[in-house]
Every structure is written in structure tokens, then in C-alpha cells.
Design a binder for this molecule. Structure first.
Ligand code: DUT
Ligand code: MG
Length: 241
């Protein structure tokens, strides 16, 4: 069976408010299983691209296709089950830790929940909570640190079977040591999925199949890490600081 998760953006132009274009004629083709990284300064439009793939907003011009189907024709539920994400702002609900991890995979067994938590390096802190996996989280995980909330989101993505994964600064709130530790889990998370990764830390994007450099909503460079370093342009500048 052919793996799914092809994502194509064709001439996508978008703005949140009329008259202010945030993305200009963006073309991206992600083949199933590829890892595509978006880099560029703050406000360049990286998160906006993933917002559009998720169809959080309607595109003005251009089209996005998932496995050849225009996302305008994909039901929102179906889109949700095809895309797993770990975002800058983490979303948890008031419920137990277990329920939060199983979100979107209600058929998951307790063993699968623990396995996902281990991939995300969340297992040890969960075990230290008063009721372990049955600990009730206050609204939006208020009784956890930001990093812990992020680890639960990573666990949620790990348990999901979605062929597309979006990681937007997925490990921005965890300390460097935990991040190092998670890296191997992240590789497992990305295995056999089309992954869009956004990270300011360029060390996390260098092994991507394709790195796309955005500036003011336009693609200014793209290629592999080596190709972009050879080019000696914006990526080179970002990388060599
Ligand atoms: N913008 C809005 N409304 C929103 C979100 C963003 O007007 O709800 C603007 C802010 C910015 C542009 O869109 O000028 C691109 O924002 P985006 O969040 O896509 O930028 P980024 O590349 O993800 O920046 P960062 O690295 O800070 O996350
Ligand atoms: Mg962003």
C-alpha cells in the first residue's frame, strides 16, 4: 500500500485582513513521508502556511491539495484525522492526562498511551503526578509547566495515525537537555509521515529533505541544508548568525 500524505500548495496567496497580503504565490510540493522545514524571520509567514494546510482559514487565491484532493472538498473531521500537530500554543482540555493523550484516537489502549508518552519523554513526569495518567488537568493544563504541556501534545501526536504532521516550534518550551532526549522520539514521530517543521533553532531543520526560506510571505530560497549553505544567501546568513 502506497503511503499517504502528499501535500501540494499551488500559487497560494493569503492575508488575514483585506489589503494586507501575508503569503504571496507560495508553491510547495511535499511527497509522502518527506520532511519539509520552513525557516525565516519572525512574521515571515511560517505559521500561516500551516494554518492554511489545516484549513483554519480559507485561501483567497490558489489551492491546496492533500493526496490529490482539494482541501476545500475535504470534510473538516477528515482533515483533522489526517493531520497531527504540535503547535506553539498547546491545546489541552480539562480531563485526565490519559484522555488528553488519547484525544483523536479513542480506540487507543492504555499500553499505546504509555508508549506514546515514552516517545514524547512525558512518561516520567506523568508518573510523578498525584494520580499518574488519571490526574485531572485543570482547564488548558494550568497545573502543568509549559514544557510539560508541550510534551503531552507530542504524546498526542505520537499516538495519532495521521499521515501528516505539523511541528511548529514543537520543543520551544522544553529545556535543552529534554529536547536532546526527545530528538530520537521525534524521529519516530516523523517516520512514515509527511512532516512540516518550523523551528528557529536551525539544528533541528538541517536534516530536512527540503528547507524553504520565507521572507515577508515569499519563498526566497529552497533546497537542502548543504545546497543552501553553498548558495551563501539568506539561509547561510541565518545559519552562520
Ligand atoms: N498575522 C495576522 N493575524 C494572525 C496571525 C498573523 O495578521 O492571526 C500576521 C502577522 C505577521 C504575518 O501575519 O505579519 C505572518 O505571521 P506568522 O504567524 O505566519 O509568522 P511566523 O513566520 O510564524 O513568525 P514567528 O517566527 O514569530 O512564529
Ligand atoms: Mg510562527
Amino acid at each position: 500500500r502506497r503511503i499517504k500524505g502528499e501535500v501540494v500548495l499551488k500559487d497560494v496567496t493569503f492575508g488575514y485582513v483585506p489589503g494586507k497580503t501575508v503569503l504571496k504565490r507560495i508553491n510547495v510540493t511535499a511527497k509522502p513521508g518527506q520532511k519539509i522545514a520552513f525557516v525565516g524571520s519572525t512574521g515571515a509567514g511560517k505559521t500561516t502556511i500551516t494554518n492554511l494546510i489545516n484549513r483554519f482559514y480559507e485561501i483567497e487565491e490558489g489551492e491546496i491539495y492533500i493526496d490529490g484532493i482539494n482541501i476545500r472538498r475535504i470534510k473538516k473531521d477528515s482533515l483533522r484525522s489526517n493531520i497531527a500537530m504540535v503547535l506553539q500554543d498547546t491545546h489541552l482540555f480539562s480531563g485526565t492526562v490519559r484522555e488528553n493523550i488519547r484525544y483523536g484516537r479513542l480506540d487507543a489502549t492504555d499500553e499505546e498511551v504509555v508508549a506514546a508518552a515514552k516517545i514524547a519523554c512525558a512518561h516520567s513526569f506523568i508518573e510523578r503526578l498525584p494520580e499518574g495518567y488519571d490526574t485531572v488537568l485543570e482547564g488548558d493544563g494550568a497545573n502543568l509547566s509549559q514544557g510539560e504541556r508541550q510534551l503531552l501534545n507530542i504524546a498526542r501526536a505520537a499516538i495519532s495515525k495521521a499521515p501528516i504532521l505539523i511541528l511548529d516550534e514543537a520543543t520551544s518550551s522544553v529545556d535543552t537537555r529534554t529536547e536532546k532526549y526527545i530528538e530520537r522520539g521525534m524521529d519516530r514521530l516523523m517516520k512514515n509521515r509527511t512532516t512540516f517543521v518550523i523551528a528557529h533553532r536551525l539544528s533541528t531543520v538541517r536534516n530536512a529533505d527540503l528547507i524553504i526560506v520565507l521572507e515577508h510571505g515569499e519563498i526566497i530560497e529552497q533546497g537542502t541544508h548543504e545546497e543552501l549553505l553553498d548558495l551563501g544567501g539568506r539561509y547561510y546568513q541565518l545559519y552562520t548568525g
